[in-house]
Design a protein around this ligand. Structure first.
Ligand code: SAH
Length: 396
C-alpha cells in the first residue's frame, strides 16, 4: 500500500491561542502550518499541534475559512457510518434524559459534537440542515441512522440557507425519505400547532422558545397582550391557554399571520387571539403616540444582522423596538423580550434594555432572565452555542 494513502495530517501553527486545544472544534486556515499527505475537500483528516501531539480528527474544506471542523478528540475513534449513528443515538438519549419526548432539536451542531449539522425532531418528522461540505458528505449515513433509530414518517432537508455558499455548496430543499405531506401538526405544552416543514421559516418552527413560552404563564392571566414578531402566533396561543383576555399578534409576513390564525382556530381561541400582517416598527410607534396600552407586550424580533461588522444595526434595532414596546406597557405591566443572535452577548442585551428603559423613562424589574430551550445545549468552550436571550421584566 502506498504510504500516502493514509489519512492526511495537518499541524497547527505554534503561535495560535488555546481555543482549539481547550475544546473549540473550528480550525481556521491561518491557524494551520505544515501538512503531510493529500486530502480532498470533505475528507476526514488528522490534526496535530505544532509539536506533534494529537488534537483530533475532523473534516476539511479548503474552500471554507473554517478549514477543519473536528468531530472527535479520540485518536482511536473511526469516523464511519457507525460513528454518526452513535452520535445521533447519544444526542437522543440526552434529550430524553432532560425531559424532551415529542419535539426537540435533536442535533445542535457543535454542542452535539457534530459541527454544522442541525436536526429538528417534530414528533415523527425530521428536518435536517447540513451546513458544511464535510457534513454534507455523510448525509446518507445520517439519514440511515435516523431511519434506524426512529422509523420516522418523514425526513426533509431545509438546506435553502445562504451559509452553504460559504462552503461552495448550492441551496436546496427536498425529501430525504419517501415524500409526505409537509404540513404537519405538532403538540406543544398542550397546544396544537401547524408546522409547514417545506415553506416555514428556518426548519419550519422555532423550537428554541418552547421552554420560554411556558415562562409567561403567571403574567398573562386576564391580560390584554400584544405580541410583535409573532410568526405563527405561538406566544399568543400560550397566553390564551394561560388565561389572557385578548391577544394581538403582529408579523410582517402574510403567510405567518395566516398560519397563526389557523393555529388560533385549531385550539378554539379564535375569539381571543387576533393577528395582523404589519410592520411592527411602524405600528408600535404609532400606537404609542395614540395612547394604546397593554398589560403585556411580547417581542421576539429577527436577528437584524448576520455579521459582526453590522452589530450597530442590531443594537439600534433592539433598542428602538424595546423602547417603543415599553411605552405601550401599562405601569406595572410586563415586557417579554428576546434576542436571537449570538452576535449580541447577554451583557450587551441587558445594557441595551437599560438604555431603552432610561429613554422611555421607565424602570425595569426583572422577573426572569433565560436563554434558549435546553434541547439547544450551550457548550461552554463554544461561545456561539449560546445565542438566545429572553427577559421577562415588569415595567414600572
Ligand atoms: N416568536 C416566534 C418567532 C419569531 S421569528 C416563535 O416563537 O415562533 C421573527 C419574526 O419576525 C418572523 O416571523 C418575521 O417574519 C418577523 N418580522 C421581521 N421583521 C418584522 C417587522 N418589521 N415587523 C413585524 N414582523 C417582522
Amino acid at each position: 500500500m502506498n504510504y500516502l494513502c493514509g489519512m492526511a495530517k495537518f499541524f497547527l501553527r505554534k503561535k495560535i491561542g488555546d481555543r482549539v486545544v481547550n475544546g473549540h472544534p473550528w480550525i481556521f486556515g491561518n491557524e494551520l502550518g505544515d501538512s503531510e499527505g493529500v486530502a480532498e475537500p470533505g475528507d476526514i483528516v488528522e490534526v496535530y499541534s505544532y509539536n506533534g501531539s494529537f488534537v483530533g480528527k475532523g473534516y476539511i474544506n479548503p474552500a471554507s475559512q473554517i478549514r477543519i471542523r473536528l468531530l472527535t478528540r479520540d485518536k482511536s475513534e473511526v469516523i464511519d457510518d457507525r460513528f454518526f449513528f452513535n452520535r445521533i443515538k447519544e444526542a437522543w438519549e440526552y434529550r430524553k434524559q432532560i425531559g424532551y419526548v415529542e419535539n426537540c432539536r435533536l442535533i445542535f451542531g457543535e454542542a452535539d459534537q457534530l459541527p454544522a449539522l442541525i436536526i429538528d425532531k417534530f414528533n415523527d418528522y425530521f428536518v435536517l440542515q447540513s451546513l458544511s461540505l464535510g457534513i454534507e458528505k455523510w448525509k446518507g449515513a445520517i439519514v440511515a441512522a435516523l431511519q434506524k433509530i426512529f422509523t420516522p414518517k418523514g425526513i426533509y432537508e431545509r438546506n435553502d440557507v445562504p451559509v452553504r455558499t460559504l462552503e461552495g455548496m448550492e441551496q436546496i430543499k427536498g425529501f430525504l425519505s419517501e415524500p409526505f405531506d409537509t404540513n404537519i401538526i405538532i403538540n406543544e405544552n398542550g397546544l396544537k400547532v401547524h408546522v409547514d416543514i417545506e415553506n416555514g421559516q428556518k426548519t419550519g418552527y422555532f423550537l428554541d422558545q418552547q421552554d420560554n413560552r411556558r415562562a409567561i404563564q403567571h403574567i398573562v392571566r386576564g391580560a390584554d397582550v400584544l405580541e410583535a414578531f409573532c410568526y405563527t402566533g405561538t406566544f399568543s396561543l400560550h397566553a390564551a391557554q394561560y388565561g389572557a383576555k385578548s391577544t394581538l399578534g403582529l408579523d410582517i409576513s402574510e403567510n405567518a399571520v395566516s398560519v397563526a390564525r389557523r393555529n388560533a382556530e385549531l385550539n378554539g381561541y379564535e375569539n381571543i387571539c387576533k393577528f395582523e400582517a404589519v410592520n411592527a416598527f411602524d405600528v408600535l410607534k404609532l400606537w404609542g403616540k395614540e395612547g394604546r396600552r397593554y398589560d403585556v407586550v411580547i417581542l421576539d424580533p429577527p436577528a437584524f444582522t448576520k455579521s459582526r461588522e453590522n452589530i450597530q444595526k442590531a443594537i439600534t434595532g433592539y433598542k428602538e423596538i424595546n423602547l417603543r414596546a415599553m411605552k405601550l406597557v401599562k405601569p406595572g405591566g410586563f415586557l417579554v423580550t428576546a434576542s436571537c443572535t449570538n452576535l449580541v452577548p447577554p451583557e450587551m442585551f441587558l445594557e441595551i434594555m437599560g438604555t431603552a428603559a432610561k429613554d422611555a423613562r421607565r424602570t425595569l424589574r426583572q422577573v426572569e432572565w433565560r436563554t434558549q430551550a435546553a434541547d439547544h445545549p450551550i457548550l461552554f468552550n463554544v461561545p456561539s452555542t449560546q445565542y438566545l436571550k429572553f427577559l421577562i421584566a415588569q415595567v414600572i
